[in-house]
Structures are given as structure tokens and as C-alpha cells.
Design a binder for this molecule. Structure first.
Ligand SMILES: O=C(O)CCC(=O)C(=O)O
Length: 282
């Protein structure tokens, strides 16, 4: 197994391994690399839903939500991300992740690791990009670190309550059905400690964070604008051009990401996503 860094910001590619057949030593090496690089790319994998679920489960309990749209029939653990239409009807979520975010931060227990497996990729478009919020935190001034040390942010699922996002075109006629589900807002520390490394990250994102607890809204919004801009500085980022057979896994407590979309017709991008839960942010 060979592990090679993908950028100065984050990420490594792992070759010479079949994810469906890893042994204990290989798992330990992957786990170590995951903590070191935050995002791993496994090329040329051939995974069915069961193999993807089995690998995901090695990192924590699988997340499922009964009302989540577009899960794979028979596998509520797997969500289909796809721009394919059959009889004009989408078969998956067309633009998951169109605003910078960290997965499921609107939950009391957010997602620890996301696994995304490319069954089909388009010739043009469909890149995903990550930004390292460990290094974003480290790069803040001491004064800013002190200012935000004790702050907690309000994370909201419903896009209609976030002035920095808009409802996906795909769900425009079903906004109440998709976003009106009962998911209580979550309050998490702005500076999060990683559950395994203990490192601090700037745990916010424009997709989910709408306010700061106990801070006047004008002041909160201007601080958030400044920090949202800071956390995606180019030097913190890695952008991935997908190949068919890529399995990517990323560490949500220390990364935010965005799906760039813009798939050029008639290109089809078809992915299977699984997520495992982590700790309560602290
Ligand atoms: O499809 C992509 O490029 C990103 C997906 C994403 O952001 C997500 O599933 O959370």
C-alpha cells in the first residue's frame, strides 16, 4: 500500500489496496493516514453497497434518517447522488453540497466520516473541493482566537432560514417536505476539538451556521462573514477531479467541503454516499 500526499493543504491518495478486502494491519495504516491527511482517495475500487457499508462501519455507527430522499432501495445507509433523469425524474440528489459545509453539523451528533464512491463520472464538471479548518483555525490571529474561544454557533438544517443559502432547484416545489422535517437546531462550539487528535478547528460553515449564541445579530453576522471568508483561503484547499472507481473518505470535524456541480450535458455523475457518526462536538 502506498500513500502519497495530494496537496499542501490536505489529502492523500492510497494505492495498492482493495477496500473490500483489507486486513487489520492495512486498516491501522489507513486509519493513521486518515488522521494525518484528513481526506483519503482510493483509486480503482470496485465496491457494491454492502462492501461500502462494511468499510464505513469500521469507523463508527452508520447514520440513517428515515425521511432522507433518494436512498438506495434496500439500503437506507446509502444515499444516491446523481444527475441522471429517468422519464424526467431524478434518481438521486442532483446538487448535494452546493454551499460550503461540514456534514450533518445541524445534528446534535454530527457526521464524523463521509464516504463517497464514484460509479460514473462526467467528462466535465462535478469536482468536489475541501478546505482544512484545522489550518484555518491555526492561521487566525491570537486576538481572534481569544475572541471566539468561548463562542457557540447555531446550526440549522432548513435552508429557508439561512440568508446565505437557497433552496435547491430540484426541491423548489417540495421545500416544506424536504426542509420542514423536524430537526431541532444544534448549538456547537465555534472552536471544536477533534475527537482523536485533540487539534482545534474552526467548526463553522455558511451552509449550516446562521448565528452565534448570545451575540447581537449584527455583530454575529459580520464576524461570521469574516470567518467564512477566512476559512476558504486558497492555501487551505484541495479540489478533486473524480475518476470512476474513486472512493473518497473525509474527516468532517476538521474539513469543510463544497460540490461544484456544473456537469456538462450529457455527462452523468453517479455516486453512492455513506456517513458515520462521531462525537458530540466539544
Ligand atoms: O457531490 C459532491 O461533490 C459533494 C457532496 C456533498 O457535499 C455531500 O454529500 O455532503
Amino acid at each position: 500500500m502506498e500513500i502519497s500526499p495530494l496537496s499542501n493543504a490536505l489529502g492523500a491518495s492510497v494505492t495498492g489496496v482493495d477496500i473490500g478486502k483489507i486486513n487489520q494491519d492495512q486498516f491501522a495504516e489507513i486509519h493513521r493516514a486518515f488522521l494525518d491527511y484528513q481526506l483519503l482517495v482510493f483509486r480503482e475500487q470496485q465496491l457494491d453497497a454492502e462492501a461500502q457499508i462494511a468499510f464505513s462501519k469500521r469507523f463508527g455507527p452508520i447514520e440513517t434518517r428515515p425521511d432522507r430522499p433518494f436512498t438506495l432501495p434496500g439500503y437506507p445507509e446509502v444515499t444516491i447522488l446523481s444527475n441522471r433523469l429517468i422519464d424526467d425524474e431524478p434518481v438521486g440528489v442532483i446538487s448535494a453540497g452546493d454551499f460550503w459545509h461540514t456534514d450533518l453539523s445541524f445534528g446534535e451528533i454530527p457526521c464524523r466520516v463521509t464516504f463517497l464512491y464514484a460509479l460514473e463520472v462526467a467528462k466535465e464538471g462535478g469536482d468536489t473541493e475541501w478546505s482544512n479548518i484545522y489550518t484555518a483555525y491555526d492561521a487566525l490571529s491570537d486576538k481572534m482566537k481569544e475572541r471566539i474561544a468561548e463562542l457557540s454557533c447555531i446550526h440549522v438544517f432548513d435552508r429557508r432560514r439561512n440568508k446565505r443559502t437557497k433552496v435547491d432547484t430540484q426541491f423548489i416545489d417540495k421545500a416544506e417536505e424536504v426542509y420542514g422535517v423536524t430537526i431541532p437546531d444544534a448549538v456547537h462550539p465555534m472552536v471544536r476539538h477533534h475527537p482523536e487528535t485533540g487539534r482545534k478547528s474552526l467548526y463553522i460553515s455558511p451552509r449550516f451556521v446562521v448565528g452565534i449564541e448570545g451575540v447581537d445579530d449584527d455583530e454575529a453576522q459580520s464576524l461570521l462573514d469574516e470567518l467564512f471568508e477566512h476559512q476558504i483561503r486558497p492555501e487551505f484547499r484541495y479540489r478533486h477531479r473524480w475518476r470512476r472507481g474513486d472512493l473518497l473518505m473525509w474527516d468532517n470535524p476538521c474539513l469543510i467541503h463544497v460540490g461544484h456541480g456544473n456537469i456538462k450535458p450529457p455527462g452523468i455523475r453517479h455516486m453512492h454516499r455513506t456517513m458515520v457518526l462521531g462525537d458530540r462536538p466539544h
